[in-house]
Design a protein. Structure first.
Lengths: 324, 324
């Protein structure tokens, strides 16, 4: 049966030499992994950066998805609606054996590093990467599990106290999810935004924004930088108080010049933060503590996915989803 | 009585326009602070950097000392042999009221910022900055309380587990004290040294060093950077494992260019670390768990203090003390 699947073609959005194109490629065939029929996928900033060529990658793009398991070594998974962690680990290296599979040194990353992604009819992932989606969580909501988990990674790494004054710099795709999860801690949260539609989204949830001119320097217990630009770091650095914690969620190409001595003198803690835990993200979605659908700007079919990428790259557009 | 002290002269080592000179200046007179007769003081890297003009300062140099209280509003302190925390805080600002007096925004710093230091016959400090020195701790050992406290600040900020693989980059004045305190945790410690005399000092205490070529990249749970140079940071960055903690003890002039995205992707925590707690430092000295005297290269009198600075600036010289 798997033999026949190997030869069956499927549609996929392929990235090669900074160009995306719709292609017919063979369905994936990996008997060690679950075969997943993609139901819906989301376009992330990382996808847009991959297309710009900021990181080298050739293959099927996409890593935010919800799908249905159609083949798996454990039959209990077949028919399950799932989301999937994007780092596929070896299980044997020092990082894996020490409980850090997302930092496995030979990991592949769905749609990002040596592993075809989810803007396609099918993908495969190790069963260990999969999480069942509760029935009450819709497909369009479930696609936000991965970025919501990335938002929760902040609290996985850094203790946010209810009394903390927290500044979030950036209110884009990831920033809005971070704002919603930080607000749940009860902390005194302010968000620095760039656009009025970002402020409207925050206001609708009772989250307070702050104009840049009103950000008191050296006063904030925790500052989260999620702008995706180097300027965000410098702004965050000015705002953080001595012995405060600066959480960095942005990745961008290139280097930045900083004064390390001032970080020593002020005893700042800088925490790099990336992928996060799926189960708590699914719990928050199931309980409707977080509403990611406010981010949804548009949806397209897989056949329209090049148009979807053009749309996602426009200023003011947050999440664009692709129905497969 | 204090009136008369104001007019009495004393000898002091004065820094002005990158020049140190021995001067006669009036004895300090601050009725709100304890008057301390300096017994012995130590020359620190920061003193050498101040002379080089890396930071602006005019006044009496020096911040590592042991002395005797000769006047204080609380008579119980008079006659006590003491060491003193170097940051004099206002007690009223947000940092002070939140338990971070060493980060008081209007603090003065002994011999460093707006407060005459200890290469002099007398200095003053608030009583709250003072710590009694146990009788069994000699003057020459007690002078090391301040740098030993700075070494302990690492463990005040970062949980060093007994199972951690810890790399210390740098084995100079501060590095040797850090090596001795880290070794007490039982962690698997290796020290990167530059000079054979540094290795000899470590070996004498059973602390293991490691050649640069043998430092496995991306493998160390905790890396402490104490070289005082920007190259140290890059070396530490290469050694730290994903989700590891990089503790920075070095201050140096100028900026450094780093790849922040890689810190996000590897989820590194970078911790700036400066002054530390005096009481635990005194406890370790009293119990002889740490032996700072191995660092003692030479001692001079106050009259010879310019010669002492020349000596301290030479390569291979660790701690030079001045008997007042």
């Amino acid at each position: 049966m798997e033999e026949s699947k190997e030869s069956e073609p499927m549609k996929a959005l392929w990235l090669e030499n900074n160009q995306i194109s719709l292609r017919e490629i063979p369905q994936p065939n990996n008997p060690n992994e679950a075969l997943i029929k993609i139901r819906r996928a989301g376009i992330c900033s990382t996808d847009l950066e991959l297309v710009k060529g900021y990181y080298p990658y050739t293959g099927v793009l996409g890593h935010e998805f919800v799908g249905e398991v159609v083949n798996a070594s454990d039959p209990a998974w077949i028919g399950q609606r799932v989301v999937g962690e994007i780092n596929a680990a070896c299980g044997k290296c020092e990082a894996c054996l020490n409980g850090r599979p997302s930092h496995c040194e030979v990991r592949t990353v769905l749609g990002i590093t040596n592993r075809d992604g989810v803007f396609a009819e099918y993908t495969t992932l190790p069963i260990g990467n999969l999480h069942r989606v509760p029935d009450s969580v819709s497909d369009e909501v479930a696609v936000f599990t991965e970025p919501l988990a990335a938002a929760l990674e902040i609290q996985q790494q850094t203790h946010i106290k209810p009394t903390d004054r927290v500044l979030l710099v950036g209110a884009g795709r990831l920033g809005q999810l971070i704002a919603q999860t930080l607000a749940l801690t009860g902390c005194d949260l302010r968000v620095l935004t760039r656009h009025s539609y970002q402020r409207d989204m925050l206001s609708a949830r009772g989250i307070r924004f702050i104009p840049e001119a009103e950000i008191q320097p050296r006063k904030w217990d925790v500052v989260v930088e999620a702008t995706g630009s180097p300027e965000g770091f410098n702004l965050a650095r000015k705002a953080i108080r001595p012995r405060g914690t600066l959480v960095m969620k942005s990745t961008y190409a290139g280097n930045i010049t900083i004064n390390l001595s001032s970080i020593v003198v002020d005893e700042i803690t800088v925490v790099g933060s990336r992928c996060g835990p799926f189960e708590p993200a699914l719990r928050l979605l199931e309980r409707r503590e977080v509403d990611p659908t406010v981010l949804l700007s548009a949806q397209y079919t897989l056949a329209e996915s090049i148009k979807a990428f053009d749309h996602a790259a426009q200023s003011g557009v947050l999440k664009v989803q692709i129905e497969i």
